[in-house]
Structures are given as C-alpha cells and as structure tokens.
Write a protein that binds this ligand. Structure first.
Ligand code: FAD
Ligand code: NAD
Length: 404
C-alpha cells in the first residue's frame, strides 16, 4: 500500500521540530517524510545577532541537518522552494516538483520594512547566516577603510540600528562589547565611533517590564550606545538615514551602516498561495492547520495565533515555533491513525534578552532576572533547543558553556 507523504518546508525551529518529533513517533512504513530546506544546515536564528556582530563565527551558529534526521525515515532535499500550490497539492523547488498528502510550511521570517524608502536597498537585516556574515564583514571593512584613508569619512564609524525590540537590543549588546575591540584592532579612537539606536515607539522594548528596560538602557548607555526614542526612521539613502524628530521636523544621520531590526513578517511565498494571510502570516486553526486546507499545517513565524487571555497575538518566537513543531507532529500522527487532531496550547516559560555575552534581562516563570543570572539563563535556553532537536551529542558539540 502507498504510504502517505508528509512534505515539510523549512528546517528552522518549527520545521525541524516537526520532523524530529515525527521520526521519533512513527515507523518508516507509516509515512514517507520529505524535508526541503535551502541549505544543508539548520541555523540558530536566535544566535544570529552574535554572528552579525562577530562574537561568534558563522559556523558556530549552524549545524548540518544530517546530524539530527534519521535517514531511514526522512528524505532530505536541499533546494529552494519557489512556489506552493495548495489547491493542486504541489510544491515547486529548485530540485523540481513535489507532491504531498500532508504539507507542513515552516519557512520562517523575513525582515519587515513597511515600505520605507531605501531600506531594501541600503539596510542590512539580521535574517540568516549569510546576512549576518555580510554585516560583520561590512563593519570590519568600514573600520579598516576609515583607518587607511587620508580624508577621514566619519560616517563609516556610525552604526545605526533601526528598532529597539528584542533583536535590536540583543545586537546592540553585542556591539557594546565588540566596538572597543575593533577600535583597538583598527587604531580608531573610541570617541569617533557612534552606535545609535533609533526607535519609533516612546520607549525601548515597548511593552516589556519598565524596570528591566531601565536596566538594559543603563547597561547599553554605559557601553557608549545612544538611543533616539520616539523618532521613527523614515528613509534610508546610500549616505545615511532620515529620522522624524517632530511633527514636521527631520534629522539626517550620515552613516554607511544601517541594520534594520524593526520587525518581522512571514515568508513572502505564503502571499503567493491562496491561503489568506496578513504580512505573510496565516491565522491558523487551533490545531495549526491553514483555514480551509485540512492537509496543510503552518508552524513558526509563518503562523499567527491570538493569545485569548492577553487579547493580543502570540509573538513570533523560537520558543513557540518549537512547541508548534511538536504539536504538529502529534497531529500528523493522529491523522495517520484516523484520529482527531488536538488544539495547540503554548507553554510560555518567559523571555530573556541578552545584553552581550555577559549580561541580560528577563522574566522567567514570572520572575524578573538581570545580570549574570539572566545571562546564565539565556545560555541554558540556547542550549535547550540544541538538546531538544539533537540530544546530548549536539549540545556538547555546539552548546554554550562559557557562562560569563
Ligand atoms: P526560521 O528559524 O526562520 O527558519 C526557516 C527555515 O526555512 C530556514 O532554515 C530557512 O533557510 C528556510 N527557508 C526559508 N525560505 C526557504 C525557501 N524558499 N526554500 C527552502 N528553505 C527556505 N526567539 C526566541 O524564542 N528566543 C530568542 O532568544 C530569540 N532570539 C532571536 C534573535 C534574533 C537575532 C532573531 C532575528 C530572532 C530571534 N528570535 C528568538 C525569534 C526566532 O528566531 C524566530 O521566531 C524563529 O526563528 C522562527 O522559527 P521558524 O522555524 O518559523 O523559522
Ligand atoms: P519587534 O517587532 O519585536 O520590534 C521591532 C521594534 O522596531 C519595535 O520596538 C518598533 O516600535 C520598532 N520600529 C518599528 N518601525 C520603526 C521605524 N520606522 N523606526 C524605528 N523603529 C521602528 O521585532 P524584533 O525585535 O525583530 O523581534 C521579532 C520577534 O522575535 C519578536 O517576537 C521577539 O520577541 C522575538 N525575539 C525574541 C528574542 C528573545 O527572546 N531574546 C530576541 C530577538 C527576537
């Protein structure tokens, strides 16, 4: 008898968690599992700010997909998905056409630029390993060029970070530690370097605990980082960025480096399907299926769910993506056995925001933490996803054990 075919798109936290949990739960005869991913590696998106700042080399934030999949049960195809046709149950990739009985879409996030002029062309986004490497190389180049040139162009030494959400703050935390090292390496006086975070909202980390936000800002300012709050970035050009400082007032900041960290959207491919979405995120059914498509599950940042208690959407996080993968695998197993699916209920443990590798802030199980405790906890969280997907071996090989 023909085995049902489960096609999983994307080996991020959501897709890989689906596959790893599925391969544990079913035998090779129960279903054919095919995983398609652009690269032959999984990257820890949650560590990308460290690669972008050069704290970790790019190879440290990724591992081969082969390490965590069981080749007896899962066929891995390294290819880029180019189209998803849910009406004809067909996916097209650079490796050809793929059919399915069940589809899992876990194609992740992209930076959201909200149509702001010049950002697509002139800003970087901490979106994947290649982008992180490009940011790191670009900043080194700017320092090296400034040092070598006769007529100094100080805009090379200004780094603008757009957005003071978790991504922006974690990246600034890394820069706070890296910039003094680069100054020494490239003979640049520290006072010449400007690292500026531009935030549209009236506060840093909007909505987060004010006491912890104060701690984070104090820590980052002590490392020489500046904040411009309530001043949305409205345009990027090759020479710099324009920020809105008042009703009709603007300021131009000359810079060669703009890192845009002001929000995310789902993968654009979603918008080309007939599934309804907003910013490429699909409001999924409680069991994680796409509305109107009983054979399509969506996990991770391409999925959107409302937290009824708080009356607002769950944030797109790795924590939720991993849990969705686990539930998606369970629901697929139920469907294969002819049983009903179950509702996905997130189990939120809290969040920790790093401020470099030696400091952090967070709320864990409703308890506020800062400093070394929070920094330690962040590494525990980082290691946990390695453990859940790749067990002890992967954790020992790739984990973070330099606690402070
Ligand atoms: P992703 O991790 O984005 O993975 C998607 C996968 O799909 C990738 O492997 C990609 O290569 C692949 N792919 C994409 N397009 C294609 C295509 N066309 N064809 C084939 N393959 C494709 N969340 C937390 O909970 N805790 C944190 O500490 C945290 N820190 C973060 C730090 C940073 C710097 C950033 C940017 C995000 C952070 N997040 C954190 C958010 C978290 O990273 C995302 O919510 C999470 O990565 C979403 O997982 P995902 O599986 O949906 O997608
Ligand atoms: P975000 O949406 O959380 O924050 C974006 C920030 O950019 C907001 O503060 C917003 O006001 C600001 N902004 C928007 N438009 C702007 C403009 N024109 N000019 C200046 N500022 C502007 O996005 P993020 O920080 O990329 O986070 C994305 C998701 O990933 C979130 O769910 C977050 O919780 C998660 N994440 C978690 C961690 C962690 O747990 N440690 C780390 C990074 C990201």
């Amino acid at each position: 008898m023909k085995r049902p075919k489960i096609l999983v798109l994307g080996a991020g936290y959501g897709g890989l968690s689906t596959v790893v949990n599925l391969q544990k739960a079913i035998g090779g005869d129960d279903a054919e599992i095919v995983l398609i991913n652009k690269n032959d590696y999984h990257y820890e998106s949650t560590w990308l700010h460290e690669a972008a700042a050069g704290t970790l080399p790019p190879e440290r934030v990724r591992y081969d997909i082969d390490r965590v999949i069981d080749a007896q049960k899962v066929t891995f195809v390294q290819a880029e998905v180019t189209a998803i046709d849910v009406d004809n149950k067909k996916v097209t990739s650079t490796a050809g056409e793929h059919t399915y009985d069940y589809l899992v879409i876990g194609l992740g996030f992209e930076g959201e630029t909200f149509g702001i002029t010049g950002l697509d062309e002139y800003a970087f986004s901490i979106a994947n390993v290649k982008a992180a490497r490009e940011i790191r190389e670009h900043m080194h180049m700017q320092f090296a060029a400034w040092s070598a040139e006769e007529e100094k162009d100080d805009s090379r030494l200004t780094i603008v970070v757009g957005g003071a959400g978790f991504t922006g703050i974690e990246f600034l935390g890394e820069l706070g530690n890296r910039v003094p090292e680069w100054c020494e390496e490239y003979d640049v006086p520290r006072e010449k370097v400007r690292v500026l975070c531009v935030e549209a909202a009236p506060m840093v980390l909007p909505g987060f605990d004010p006491e912890l936000v104060k701690y984070a800002v104090g820590h980052l300012e002590s490392k020489g980082i500046e904040f411009s709050i309530g001043t949305p970035l409205v345009e990027a050009t090759p020479e710099g960025v324009k920020i809105k400082t008042g009703e009709d007032t603007f300021e131009f900041i000359p810079t060669r480096t703009v890192v845009w960290a002001a929000g995310v959207r789902g993968n654009r491919l979603i918008e080309e399907t007939s599934i309804e979405s907003h910013r490429a995120r699909v409001r999924v059914e409680p069991d994680l299926r796409a509305p109107g498509y009983d054979d399509v599950f969506i996990v991770g940042d391409c999925a959107f769910m409302i937290n009824e208690e708080a009356d607002r959407p769950y944030p797109p996080t790795a924590q939720i993506a991993m849990q969705q993968g686990e539930q998606c695998a369970k629901n697929l197993v139920h469907l294969l056995a002819g049983k009903p699916t179950e509702k996905f209920v997130p189990d939120l443990k809290g969040s920790v925001c790093s401020l470099g590798s030696d400091d952090a802030i967070g709320v864990v199980y409703d308890k506020k933490i800062t400093g070394k405790t929070a920094s330690f906890m962040k590494k525990v969280v980082d290691n946990r996803s390695l453990f859940l997907l790749g067990g002890v071996g992967l954790t020992v090989k790739k984990g973070k054990f330099k606690w402070f």
